[in-house]
Design a protein around this ligand. Structure first.
Ligand SMILES: *Cc1c(COP(=O)(O)O)cnc(C)c1O
Length: 368
């Protein structure tokens, strides 16, 4: 495929001298766990996301798990979330011993539908776990109002949304905690796994810091049953090289997205919408069409990759069948799974490549 969904080699080529020198520096210093790059990165990302604290961990999945645990969510608790997301959102709830309770999505944004949340609340509900899917924030005012009324914690899965904003607020200011992933293809990606939890709450931050390090309180004293989940110093050094470019990269994604949407608006292929209160960072450019297969084959013929995020919602996955959901329970999530497709929107696309995608979209529009 000549135009891939992500181009990490092109990104590396552009940053090669900086990356190499940052890596060598870590090797020379010989501190590999919880060193100065990790603590500086935590400060830099917390600041960029408007949070008081950043606690880095080994993955985006661990960031959600540790955020839930730090907020005291565990066995017997229910957490309301979306079935239309990457599996890690649900998996984290189950890993802390709690029960995921799904509500359907808003078909316009693919994010959790706030109007469906209240009906799902029971005496066991302890938290809401919305996802800022594809890089666009969930409807936070509505969700936070429901949470406040019922005394629930709000943890936002921001794995796809670093740098996004809701009503001008960065994601570290939305809810009790937010989580990030540094999976290599995310908008800010490491050269391996990594993640971070953001919070403004002193006690939650302190507990999360302890949890990522086996629940240790002081030297070889353990207050909690914890995890072994740290971000490597090497990954932190790489992320610190990339971080200053993130705003420009997100802007480049938005520019590419605007060009694609110009072609699709008013056509049988429905482009993603950006709500006026949002600053969407287009981790994915995701459109929908009832004839998805035809569209994807036209794109393929033009050498343009496409992918489906996500082909099957979580409530019908075998691993989570014990929750008792069935096909038909969340019609919007199910319909979206059959219709959505994402196309390359990353900042390493050349002008020529963007034009190729545009031309391929024009052909696809004609054929569906
Ligand atoms: C990538 C992702 C995660 C998990 O991140 P990892 O770093 O791979 O563990 C969680 N939620 C969503 C929505 C994601 O896209």
């Amino acid at each position: 495929m000549s135009i891939p969904m992500a181009d990490l080699k092109a990104q590396y080529r552009a940053l090669e001298p900086e990356i190499k020198s940052a890596l060598l520096d870590v090797l020379e210093k010989g501190q590999f766990i919880l060193g100065e790059n990790v603590s500086s990165l935590e400060t830099e990302i917390a600041e960029m996301c408007g949070a008081n604290y950043g606690i880095s961990v080994a993955s985006g999945t661990d960031a959600i798990t540790i955020a839930l645990a730090a907020l005291g969510i565990g066995p017997g608790d229910e957490v309301i979330t979306t079935p239309f997301t990457f599996v890690a959102t649900t998996e984290s709830i189950v890993l802390v011993g709690a029960r995921p309770v799904y509500v359907d999505i808003d078909p316009a944004t693919y994010n959790i539908d706030p109007s469906a949340v209240e009906k799902a609340i029971t005496p066991k509900t302890k938290a809401l776990l919305p996802v800022h899917l594809y890089g666009q924030c969930a409807q936070m005012d509505e969700l936070l109002a429901i949470a406040e009324k019922h005394g629930l914690a709000v943890i936002c899965d921001g794995a796809q949304a670093i740098g996004s904003k809701y009503k001008g607020k960065p994601i570290g200011q939305l809810g009790h905690a937010a989580t990030l992933s540094f999976f290599p293809t995310k908008n800010l990606g490491a050269y391996g796994d990594g993640g971070m939890m953001l919070t403004n709450d002193d006690a939650v931050a302190e507990k999360a810091r302890s949890l990522r390090f086996h629940g240790m309180s002081s030297s070889y004293e353990y207050r909690h049953i914890g995890y072994c989940s740290r971000l490597d110093e090497i990954q932190a050094a790489i992320l610190r090289v990339k971080l200053p470019y993130l705003t420009a990269w997100n802007e480049a994604r938005r520019n590419n997205a605007a060009k694609y949407s110009k072609v699709l608006t008013g056509s049988p292929i429905i482009p993603p919408i950006e709500l006026p209160e949002n600053y969407h960072i287009y981790h994915q450019y995701t459109a929908r069409c009832a004839n998805r297969e035809v569209v994807q084959s036209k794109l393929k013929n033009a050498g343009v990759a496409s992918a489906v995020y996500y082909p099957s919602p979580l409530h019908v996955q075998q691993a989570y069948s014990y929750l008792g959901y069935k096909l038909g329970d969340f019609p919007e999530a199910e319909k979206a799974s059959k219709e959505v497709f994402s196309i390359p929107v990353h900042p390493n696309l050349s002008d020529e490549q963007v034009q190729t995608v545009i031309d391929a979209l024009k052909v696809a529009v004609e054929s569906c």
